[in-house]
Design a protein around this ligand. Sequence first.
Ligand code: DQA
Length: 147
Amino acid sequence: MKKILVIHGPNLNLLGDREIDVYGKVTLTQINSSLKRLAQKKKIQLKIIQSNHEGKIVEVIGETKGKFSAILINPAAYTHTSVAIRDAISAVPVPCVEVHLSNIYQREEFRHTSLIAPVAKGQVCGFGLMSYVLGLEAAISLIKNKK
Ligand code: DQA
């Protein structure tokens, strides 16, 4: 069975409680349940991690070659700052889909730049939980079209 690695970046463990006006009341557990349901339906295996540490995220991306067929990532604040995560994505031959709950282009200026977008296959943002679901659909279709 093909595997997709799902990475949630910093502070996403606080969803449901954090800036509800921006991110809504959806929790990480609810997001993960929706992703698992979709993956099961599509016969894809998911590994899901959340980390507040840039180095940890760099490490897991670096270990994806040969193990995962795609990466679904919400890099959270590291979207706007992390050359290291961008380089890790560039370093592995695994397609990556970037997602954000909020529409980063409608928010503060510093969020308008994603260092990840140029090395991702594509980006979905602004749809809350649906950003993840649509992002996973996109990642699955990338895998299926590759066969
Ligand atoms: C976010 C947007 C980022 O700018 C922010 O730092 C986050 C969450 C989103 O999902 O909308 O932590 O990635």
